[in-house]
Design a protein around this ligand. Sequence first.
Ligand code: ADP
Ligand code: MG
Length: 276
Amino acid sequence: DTAFPQQTSSQQHDELTTQHITPAVEAIGVHKAFGHLHVLKGIDITVMPGTVTVILGPSGSGKSTFLRLINQLETLTGGEIRVDGEMIGFKKVEHKGQEVLQTLNDKEIAAQRSKLGMVFQRFNLFPHMTALENVMEAPVHVKHMGKSEARELAVAELQRVGLGQRLDYYPSQLSGGQQQRVAIARALAMKPEIMLFDEPTSALDPELVGEVLSVMRQLADEGMTMIVVTHEIGFAREVADQVVFMDGGVVVEHGGPEIIDHPSEPRFKDFLQHVL
Ligand code: ADP
Ligand code: MG
């Protein structure tokens, strides 16, 4: 205990306690290339359970690609991502006395993906199904839940996003904000540990943005682990525990929400001047 004489006991205590918490998501030196296009060039991001990370950055900086990698909609070309401490996409196996990485099979990948819920810019609801049926769909067809249990669950999730009065409405009868809230309820119905949001309000008319952000804020207050790509700086400032600014496939700056008002990197300053 003489190795770090400069530390106070409270700093030591903080380090000791955080050491025992497994990050919800940990990206270590993540690279992604599409052919010759090198989109992510060594991304390191750690997301602790129960926290909100907001990713900011100009269009084309690789934000969606990063979320899609976490959810295994794309495959890594370098580095690794851990969800709940478990490497995604691969497992270590013994081969001739050596530890080697083996790609996971579809079932194993599905099990890892089930920890994550994702909400996209476009809601992608089934147009021929009511709000209730949209939310029941995956629990019934993916989890093989009984209809009445799934219905009960779907009602609860729709109430949670403030749509308890719209159960039997079709997407075309709902506003964009309401449709996005159905999409959030649909993701929540699969009981994810982590929610990924990719510009969830970008396709909405300005007057509908608030209702979606307020549902997201409520989820954060309930302790949901969230990674949110958004241009909503106010949301980032008020709800984020961690803010990450990406540009050109790298993390240019990251820190607490205070970096929004006190950016140090010129590229981040520039970006903020354009979005604020
Ligand atoms: P952002 O979400 O920050 O706007 P993206 O992750 O969508 O950025 O895209 C980063 C870059 O990767 C862009 O140049 C985009 O054209 C490219 N890209 C994304 N997906 C693919 C793909 N499937 N094939 C080829 N290029 C892609
Ligand atoms: Mg994007």
